[in-house]
Write a protein that binds this ligand. Structure first.
Ligand SMILES: NC(=O)c1ccc[n+]([C@@H]2O[C@H](COP(=O)([O-])OP(=O)(O)OC[C@H]3O[C@@H](n4cnc5c(N)ncnc54)[C@H](OP(=O)(O)O)[C@@H]3O)[C@@H](O)[C@H]2O)c1
Length: 507
């Protein structure tokens, strides 16, 4: 991860997007390039080649993308005119060219090779190419294979760098993740592969490392001696929307746990790396997944939302959503309890939960410290003394909050829990961001710190594998088991109650 305050533009290169007409390209990738243009971090010379089977001329592709960008900037509330700034857009527009082609056909890669050579000659790009697989995951193996067979990613043949971005989902279980890794590693070296988890592009997620390792205050108490437990919540208030078909084959566990939630666990639990070099950081994160104690079905609760009200809106049950089976057994909520078998964390449970149609949209890591060891304050019985919490809020209202006990004004020595708040927006002027800017910039500069390594992905799938297997053998009988707009199923409360603990309220 680039730690210097001032970043410099990446080297000249070509960026090839497979899936040029897709949702990800227009909603996130091109807006991220636009934001890099704003911060002066686009390569000084570059080509942007869009590959897709839908028939389009370069002018049509450019026009469509511009239309979407205009809509996004218009809705973002930035600037009086709320229009795309031509000065920022023109380097991207000038770099764009469309290539019609099917991902599964050899001709596409022959045409691409020709186009890359032309762009390189015209713009002197040093042979550098970043390939982006912005496609459905079923195309990942075939694109990697065709890139490999056509020599487009062969570092012995190519001058300059050749890198490949792989979108999520990276596999749907341990076996498929292993097979995708094997396919990628047949044609590319590990340092050419960038497995994206867009959570890691968020400033507040990266700030967890700053909080822990740039301050002398927290690390000495960041262990089983002082920490009682950790709660990690990724709550969404939205339902599946138009993604019913995708979600039916995925569910909350696969969609969120081995990737996003485990990344937050790794950031919270990893040992300090010897440096912020990619390999040092990734090695420390990988250790965490290897140390997770094997899960059993008793450690996990699944849920599915029923009809209910989120805020003032009445919303349907999951089973009544578009392209969802009326008797679906897909989970829209999962909570789990995991422990990490190492010296730092032995005996400290990590409780994780994520779900759709919950009471509010909220992502946070909450560290609960142990209580004061004895009751000194007679007017506040020990049971009523709140424990101290450190809460890293990732979205919305990004910031850090410390909750501790203070004396309530008055004659009696009565205590009350109060909070000290740090809010990002109060301190830093934040540039508009879609969250992909950092990740794309890091790919362009070859920094793999924020990307998952093959072993990390496989260990993470390995952790959830017993649950996937167990669930495959037993259909949930009580679905739906939580109302939309609630805090999730009752069984999730029991998971913590068993340990004498309770969830923080979702708000
Ligand atoms: N969209 C998001 O917000 C989002 C967020 C995070 C991650 N992702 C991940 O990003 C990836 C892309 O998602 P997406 O939503 O952008 O997908 P998408 O909208 O389906 O885009 C893929 C594009 O590739 C085209 N295509 C399909 N088959 C092709 C073929 N054989 N040859 C050439 N072109 C072909 C599609 O055309 P047709 O439309 O004709 O099929 C479409 O234009 C997925 O892995 C997804 O999980 C997406």
């Amino acid at each position: 991860m680039s730690s210097s305050a001032r970043k410099s533009p990446p080297p000249p290169c070509a960026i090839v997007i497979f899936g040029a007409n897709g949702d990800l390209t227009r909603r996130l990738i091109v807006p991220a390039l636009y934001n890099l243009s704003r911060t002066g971090l686009l390569p000084p010379r570059f080509s942007l080649i869009g590959v897709d089977h839908n028939d389009r001329s370069t002018d049509e592709w450019r026009g469509k993308i511009h239309e979407f960008l205009e809509e996004q900037v218009g809705n973002s509330g930035e600037g009086a005119l709320k229009k795309v700034d031509d000065k920022l857009w023109s380097p991207i527009a000038d770099a764009m060219s469309f290539l019609k082609g099917d991902f599964t056909r050899d001709e596409t890669y022959a045409d691409l090779k020709k186009r890359l050579a032309e762009c390189d000659k015209a713009k002197d790009l040093g042979g550098n190419v970043l390939f982006y697989m912005a496609t459905a995951d079923r195309f990942f193996p075939v694109i990697a294979q065709k890139l490999g067979e056509s020599g487009l990613v062969d570092m012995k043949e190519c001058k300059g760098f050749r890198r490949l971005i792989v979108e999520k989902p990276f596999g749907h279980d341990l076996e498929s993740a292993k097979s995708l890794n094997a396919c990628l590693l047949k044609y590319l070296r590990e340092d050419q592969i960038f497995r994206i988890d867009h959570f890691l592009g968020k400033e507040t997620v990266q700030n967890i490392m700053a909080l822990r390792f740039a301050n002398g205050l927290f690390e000495p108490i960041w262990n089983r001696d002082r920490i009682d437990h950790v709660q990690i919540t990724v709550a969404e208030s939205i339902g599946v929307g138009t993604r019913g078909k995708f979600y039916e084959g995925t569910g909350a566990l696969r969609d969120m746990v081995p990737n996003h939630l485990f990344q937050l666990v790794a950031m919270t639990a990893m040992e300090p790396p010897v440096s912020f070099d990619a390999e040092d950081v990734r090695a420390k994160k990988a250790e965490i997944f290897k140390a997770v104690h094997p899960l059993t079905l008793a450690d996990v609760v699944r849920g599915q939302y029923d009809a209910g009200a989120v805020g003032a809106d009445n919303v349907p049950a999951y089973r009544a959503e578009d392209r969802v089976a009326p008797d679906s057994t897909t989970e829209t909520y999962v909570a789990l309890r995991l422990t990490i078998d190492n010296w730092r964390w032995a005996g400290v449970p990590f409780y994780l939960r994520t779900g759709k149609r919950l009471k509010a949209r909220s992502t946070e890591i909450a560290i609960r410290f142990k209580r004061a060891p004895h009751a000194l304050f007679r007017d506040t019985p020990m049971g009523e003394l709140d424990a101290d919490w450190l809460i890293a809020r990732i979205q919305p209202d990004e910031g850090i909050r410390l909750r501790f006990n203070a004396k309530r004004p008055g004659q009696a020595m009565a205590l009350e829990s109060v909070a000290m708040d740090f809010k990002y927006k109060d301190y830093f002027k934040q540039a508009p961001s879609v969250g992909y800017e950092t990740l794309i910039y890091d790919c362009l500069t070859g920094d793999t710190t924020l990307f998952q390594r093959a072993d990390q992905v496989e260990s993470a799938w390995g952790v959830v594998e017993p649950i996937l297997e167990g669930w495959a053998d037993s259909n949930p009988r009580q679905f739906p088991n939580y109302a939309a707009g609630s805090e999730g199923p009752v069984a999730a409360n029991d998971l913590l109650a068993r340990d004498g603990r309770s969830w923080r309220a979702i708000r």
